[in-house]
Each structure stands twice: as C-alpha cells, then as structure tokens.
Design a protein around this ligand. Structure first.
Ligand code: ZN
Length: 189
C-alpha cells in the first residue's frame, strides 16, 4: 500500500467503513461510544477524540447552574491534561505540543456560529436534535517516532460513562481499526 496517500483520504475511507458498523448506524451519536482518530506523520502524533457530551459530562446542553458550570470546567481541565489518559510508548519520547477542545458547552470555541449576544449563545447552546458532542485534539511531537509502537488510551477511568472507543489509526504502516475498552486499552500503531 502506498504510504504517500494523504491522511485525509485514509481517514475518509475509514469513516466510510466505520459508518457501516451497526453501532454507528443512523445520523445521531451513540451514548457510551466515542471515536478516536490517530495519525502518525513523521515526528507528529495527532489524536482526535470525538465523543457525545453525555459520556464526559452527563448532559448535552449549556450548563444551567453553578454545579453544571463546575462540571464543565472539571471536564475541560481533565481533557486539557491528558497525562494519565493518553500514554504514547515512553521510548518514543513524545511531548504534548497542543490541545484543542471544541464543544458547544465551552465558551469561545468555534463549535457553532453563534450571533453575538445572549440570545444567540442560548440558541447555539441548544442543539437541534437534543444531542451535543465534544472534540478533543491532541498533538504530540515525538523525538523517536520509530519507537512509537503503541498508545495506551485510558479515558475510561476519568469518564465512567464512556464504555468503548472506536479507534482508527493511520500511519506509515497503513491503516487499522480497533475497539478500545477499559480492558483493551492499548492501541498498537
Ligand atoms: Zn447524545
């Protein structure tokens, strides 16, 4: 297989394949399930988690009171500090270069095109289908990418409502897919 194929094309193919799985049938998301795209490109390791907010937060709309606002802040803090949740193989010597969180519950993220003002924000905070997602993107720079043979994925311990993750890997060795669970949390690259 050509390794020159752009990663975007590989991902598009994987997404089409994933769409055929029963667990992802329909246009809505599935509570308990998340997807993780893993791309290795030279020294750069990029992991993109997409999850229903329910898995991470227990609700899928803008927070309505202080307790819910604290829950959002706690979730964001955990996701921005993935040291115990994402463990690239130590020998690869990867360091986290960037984290980007995108979700309707996080102020200032480009998840929606809200008009300015409270009315616009309120409208944007209420997804049309009653569901909401979060995307967390992690970019690592790895000093020894040849040693990057695995990533351990341990979001489950921090987010108990998350039961499994459909992982899709695209790298120099080609593409693969695996379902991760609390008991099967190591992703071979
Ligand atoms: Zn939902």
């Amino acid at each position: 297989m050509s390794t020159l194929r752009p990663l975007a094309v590989v991902f598009a193919a994987l997404l089409v394949a994933a769409a055929a799985l029963p667990a992802q049938a329909g246009k809505g998301h599935v509570h308990g399930l998340a997807t993780l795209k893993v791309a290795v490109d030279g020294e750069t390791l990029t992991l993109t988690l997409e999850s229903p907010l329910d898995n991470l937060l227990g609700f899928e709309r803008a927070p309505r009171d202080d307790a819910e606002r604290r829950a959002v802040a706690t979730m964001a803090e955990r996701l921005r500090n993935p040291e115990k949740m994402l463990l690239p193989a130590a020998a690869a010597r990867c360091t986290l270069a960037e984290v980007r969180l995108t979700s309707l519950v996080l102020a200032g993220t480009p998840a929606h095109d809200a008009p300015a003002g409270a009315a616009g924000a309120a409208a944007a905070a209420k997804p049309a289908d009653g569901h909401g997602d979060l995307m967390a993107q992690y970019r690592y720079r790895c000093a020894a990418p040849a040693e990057l043979r695995s990533v351990e994925v341990r979001f489950f311990e921090s987010f108990r409502r998350l039961a499994s993750i459909n992982a899709q890997v695209a790298g120099a060795k080609g593409q693969s897919a695996k379902r991760l669970t609390p008991k099967q949390s190591v992703l071979k690259l």
